[in-house]
Write a protein that binds this ligand. Structure first.
Ligand SMILES: C=C1C[C@]23C[C@@]1(O)CC[C@H]2[C@@]12CC[C@H](O)[C@@](C)(C(=O)O1)[C@H]2[C@@H]3C(=O)O
Ligand SMILES: O=C(O)CCC(=O)C(=O)O
Ligand SMILES: [Fe+2]
Length: 342
């Protein structure tokens, strides 16, 4: 059963940074670093990804989710978790939400095996968004004063990068039998109270951090994404017609020695409109070793996490629940000199 969530919510989201990628390079890189330190999140406009590439994938996604369940399950492509179609069950350990989704391997070789109606749209989108992720990561490296601009983006450019594309569809609650006790539509209305923007207090995708390096997310014009700026306080991210929402993942928090925050976020369901989100998770290859940039470890900022491979981190992620704080498993305990030198 999906519970209501009477947690404090800040209605005004103007505090979230909106960054113009066409601005002056030095300025943009400073703004990105500041946003990642303060929120682990920002909105990006003038990002260079053509609108027709975005709308083609959005259309292909709506077409896919409009198919009968039996067909979607068949199109699940493979039984290799986490790839494929899923409905309400998130991950393998009992998490649920009012969402259906398709998770796709973003490797070019994998994309060529997708059904014809998705293949072209996914391929163009992934190529464009991967380039954007690399550009953002280069700006971050510059803003952090890293010796090599490509210190982060080289992980994503690797041919065997484990990046994923996830298409999430949150059907509107209005027409559904949503009341757990009675199945009655009026009771469902009362229990899933919605605001003026139609966003309900019903969870579509529960709170979590993204485990990878960086997430580039595009949603349609329907609100629902919220980020947690401090424990239990949720800030709604208002929809934007063209912007991408960018958030830091756990691996980038580890590589920046905690300077950047991997922000907790969740997605709520809309009362009357379908919400679609398309998330590209930029990820290292399985054998990549993750360690902090040397210049970010100082006597005043001692090392926070032991080094790990993405395979190790991914295994820890997938053996846990959605809301777990996975990075804590890799945190160096005070006095653990061996781990601090690895
Ligand atoms: C419950 C889970 C779903 C998830 C794997 C996990 O065990 C914990 C992290 C979840 C998450 C969140 C970000 C991405 O949407 C995702 C694909 C990922 O890499 O980690 C999902 C996983 C999933 O849905 O399989
Ligand atoms: O749908 C959204 O806006 C967020 C989805 C999300 O956080 C995820 O897929 O990891
Ligand atoms: Fe997420």
């Amino acid at each position: 059963m999906v519970e209501n969530t009477p947690t404090p919510l800040i209605p005004n989201n103007e505090i979230l940074p909106l960054i113009d990628l066409k601005g002056q390079r030095d300025e943009v890189s400073k703004l990105i670093v500041k946003a990642c330190e303060d929120f682990g999140f920002f909105k990006l406009i003038n990002h260079g990804v053509p609108m027709d590439v975005i709308s083609s994938l959005e259309e292909a996604s709506f077409d896919f989710f409009a198919k009968p369940s039996s067909e979607k399950e068949r199109a699940s492509l493979c039984s290799n978790p986490p790839y494929g179609y899923g409905c309400k069950n998130i991950g393998l350990n009992g998490d649920v939400g009012e969402v259906e989704y398709l998770i796709l391997d973003a490797k070019p070789a994998a994309i060529t095996t997708y059904p014809i109606n998705l293949r072209d749209a996914v391929s163009s989108y992934v190529e464009a968004v991967r380039e954007l992720a690399c550009e953002i990561l280069d700006l971050m490296a510059e803003g952090l004063g890293a010796q090599q601009t490509s210190v982060f983006s080289s992980f994503i450019r690797a041919v065997n990068s484990d990046s994923l594309l996830r298409l999430n569809h949150y059907p509107p609650l209005r027409d559904r039998d949503t009341s757990p006790s009675t199945g009655n539509a009026a009771a469902a209305t009362a229990s899933a109270t919605s605001g003026a923007d139609g966003v309900c207090n019903r969870i579509g995708f529960g709170e979590h951090t993204d485990p990878q390096i960086l997430t580039i997310l595009k949603s349609n014009g329907v609100g629902g994404l919220q980020i947690s700026v401090q424990d239990g306080v949720w800030v709604p991210v208002s929809p934007h017609p063209t912007a991408f929402f960018v958030n830091v993942g756990d691996v980038l928090q580890a590589m920046t020695n905690g300077k950047f925050l991997s922000v907790r976020h969740r997605a709520m369901v809309n009362w009357q409109e379908s919400r679609m989100s398309m998330a590209y998770f930029a990820s290292p290859s399985l054998d990549s070793r993750i360690s902090p940039l040397a210049h970010l470890v100082t006597p005043n900022s001692p090392r926070l996490y032991r080094s790990f491979t993405w395979a190790e981190y991914k295994k820890a992620t997938y053996s846990g629940r959605l809301g777990d704080s996975r990075l804590n498993l890799f945190r160096i305990q005070p006095g653990d000199e061996t781990a601090a030198k690895q």
